[in-house]
Design a protein around this ligand. Structure first.
Ligand code: NAD
Ligand code: MG
Length: 357
């Protein structure tokens, strides 16, 4: 089992990564679990993983909230349902919330934990690759509003993150590849050696080789942990984790969070950002090529959908990353290095989008 620490003073916690961790959940935790526990999951996930988890939790008062499966249920309605369960069960401030699922379940469960009784213990058991390398780590919690994604949320760190890579075996191919996009992102923004390691291990990643996956997840969590420890509330460095996301969120919003998975949209977004960086002479052409080739080798989209420039602009301006009405872009300036740039003319952005879609 690999361990990664997230150093945030008294809010520090450990991420555990390995095989068969779910069926030994309680045994592996260094901390005691609360007597009252709400497990938030959904039917797609619970059919495989709820029983193994419950088997390790004897003696606790357990409530289960099986929310419906889908991004559209990361909503205030689902949040209210979870609150009803907690209140009707008489749960108190010493209870804990366990997220058993992907980023949708994890973001909602974290938000519930951060607000019930002004904050109770939160535990993440991420079951998608994307949630294992990204959403379960770092403490961003959220629900969506009809006007936009993640508009309502908090920063709230979990007490632990347990990543059982065996859970990935039941994931769809598309959701698996979606997680690979975020893994590539870490290499592009932060770690040239890791990027090169990914280039050399595309075959193993495509075959879901366990040892390769464990390292890819561990390194991704280390990078996220390092960035979050330096900039928990996204005043600067943490913004680099949004590489590809301004464009990606526009794609997701325009296609109503259905046709594209988050990771697919991020992959297309990384290409647009990289091309923008190349066109404005920040990134050299061979590095652009390497980024595109790696995404292609991992079966990810490298072209976005076609839509009018005005739509792109509207969606991008609605994104949380807009400051002072100006669009900010995270641009890779070399493999392993990125910057936030806010001085690019709209015409240039529009031309690059046309070229990449
Ligand atoms: P998801 O939670 O919707 O999961 C994708 C699909 O896989 C769902 O149908 C789910 O039911 C299913 N699933 C989950 N685990 C499974 C398993 N082991 N086997 C079979 N099926 C399984 O999507 P996601 O990609 O995990 O997460 C996307 C969400 O994460 C978005 O809402 C995004 O905003 C959020 N996110 C948050 C952060 C953050 O820092 N908090 C970072 C990145 C993304
Ligand atoms: Mg993301």
């Amino acid at each position: 089992m690999a361990e990664v620490n997230v150093s945030l003073g008294e809010r520090s916690y450990t991420i555990y990564i390995g095989n068969a961790l779910l069926s030994n959940y309680v045994e592996n935790l260094p901390h005691k679990l609360n007597q009252q526990l709400l497990i938030i999951t959904n039917p797609t996930i619970s059919q495989y993983y709820l029983k193994p988890l419950l088997n390790t939790l004897s003696g606790h008062q357990i409530e289960i909230f099986e929310m419906r499966d889908g991004e559209q249920f990361k909503s205030l309605d689902s949040y209210a349902e979870a609150m009803d369960i907690l209140i009707n069960a008489g749960f108190n401030r010493d209870c804990g919330i366990i997220a058993l699922g992907g980023g949708v379940v994890g973001d909602l469960a974290g938000f519930v934990a951060s607000t019930f009784q002004r904050g109770v213990d939160s535990y993440q058991i991420p079951t998608t690759l994307l949630s294992q390398v990204d959403s379960s780590v770092g403490g961003k919690t959220a629900v969506n509003h009809p006007q936009g994604k993640n508009l309502i949320g908090t920063f709230y760190q979990p007490k632990s993150v347990v990543i059982d890579i065996d859970c990935l075996q039941t994931l769809t191919e598309r959701d698996y590849r979606s997680g690979l996009a975020e893994i590539v992102k870490y290499g592009v923004i932060y770690d040239a050696d890791f990027f090169q390691w990914l280039e050399r291990h595309t075959a193993e990643l495509n075959q879901q080789d366990p040892a390769t996956l464990t390292y890819a997840i561990q390194r991704s969590c280390e990078i996220k942990a390092e960035v979050v420890a330096l900039d928990e509330r996204e005043k600067g460095l943490r913004a680099l984790l949004n590489l590809g996301h301004t464009f990606g969120h526009a794609i997701e919003a325009a296609t109503e969070y259905g046709a594209w998975t988050h990771g697919e949209a991020v992959a297309a977004g990384i290409i647009i950002a990289s091309k923008l960086s190349e066109v404005t002479q920040r990134l050299n052409s061979s590095d652009f090529r390497r980024i595109k080739d790696l995404l292609l080798a991992l079966g990810l989209p490298t072209k976005g959908p076609q839509m009018p420039w005005q739509d792109w602009l509207d969606y991008m301006q609605r994104d949380k990353k807009v400051k002072d009405g100006q669009l900010h872009f995270v641009l890779p300036v070399a493999i392993g290095q990125a910057e936030v740039v806010s001085t690019i003319e709209h015409d240039t952005v529009a031309a690059v989008i046309t070229e990449c879609c």
